[in-house]
Design a protein around this ligand. Sequence first.
Ligand code: PFF
Length: 469
Amino acid sequence: MEEKAKKSTFSSQFGFVMAAAGSAVGVGNLWRFPYLAAKDGGGLFLLIYLVPVLTFGFTLLVSDIAIGRKTKKSAIHAYEEMNRKWRALGVVTFLVPVLIMTYYAVIGGWITKYLTVYLMGAADAAAEDGYFTSFISSSVSPVVFALFFMGLTALIVYHGVEKGIERVSKFLMPILLVIVVVIAVFSLTLTNTDDTGVTRTGLQGLTFYLKPSLEGITAQRFLQILLDAMSQLFFSLSVSMGIMITYGSYVKPQVNLSKSINQIEFFDTFVALLSGMMIIPAVYVFSGTEGMSAGPSLMFISLPKVFHAMGGVGVLIGTAFFLTAAFATLTSCISVLESIVANCMDLFHASRKRVTLVLTIIYMAASAVITLGYSVFYLEVKLPNGTVGQLLDIMDYISNSVMMPFISLFSCILIGWVVGPKWISDEMESSGHPFKRKRLYNIMIKYIAPVMMLILALQSIGVLNAFLS
Ligand code: PFF
């Protein structure tokens, strides 16, 4: 009893929802979702994305959060409490944020750099060819920004769950939402005539984004889009990496979990849809359908050019955009560090402050090494998905593409077939509120999710593609 009384908690349901949404909303929403939507047939991708969010994403989110609240522990001890023999799954789950943390502050540092550049009035330089490459491949500046971002994250985590994480999330997330809505609406008002005399408008861009395109659709392509949607969803909801287990462990018993989970899902999906609305029409107006690129190059190369093409107002929009991106990345980075801190506090019976300090030193060193993966430690490794990656991509690939589907697969087996879904649904109903999608959850966790996870896991290690081709 005494130990429970000392356990940190979120002060309110709103605080919990904002912190969890803060973890969920990140670069996945800002640079991955719009790119996939543009690549995978616009509205077709949106339709294919929404079905798994409401079924599969919901199942994984419910599982993580309920495991956390029921056990009041982080991944390693939580899985151990569910079943002693499954402790190893907890350890593997813990390793995902351990790996992600090595590079998340690096991306945060890049965003902070761009925000600084826009604030200092040097936006023109950022739009020049080669700017991003020359920045990340220099050996001092990106390291300084990564260390700054890491330090800021650590400072917030150091202040604890309520005074650090919850307070910051409750402040940043509503602002983020407002900025994203404003830029998305602004994007629709854009219009531009290019050198060849072709005029494109934001509304045409919106049509391109929302209209389902069935061009060239085959069974194989449909499967590919479905897999894209599912792996996006995982990453986007921050599930199957122990983070939502940790956050769940801070939720008070009287909180309505079903309702909170609906709100988190809604927040994450809404921001993803709006990111598409702010980015796709803007890129379409100034660069046409060919302008959409993936990942970092969308955010750091294509968008600065789009902001530049907007003229004076582009500096303002660019600043607002990088501010949003910084908020989104900071709240996600906090959740990654918090889950490592929480596990280490459980493991070593040490205080938050001490654990945070030690981890900060370790991750400052790790972030520096990963940052230098584009200069001093440059290497090229061919990944199983056919792309060539540097250190950052390798860490990302191992944690997100390889480990997460396997963790989900085994978690579904553990919950569906070893401890039984009732273990989760009892927790969902323990506050006296109904668990509305209980039947759906039971079917998903036992039958559908494990099969989908197996397909995703096989694809991640290259087996499925080899089979299909
Ligand atoms: N959910 C975040 C996003 O969509 O960008 C990404 C993320 C956050 C991944 C935290 C991993 C993580 F531990």
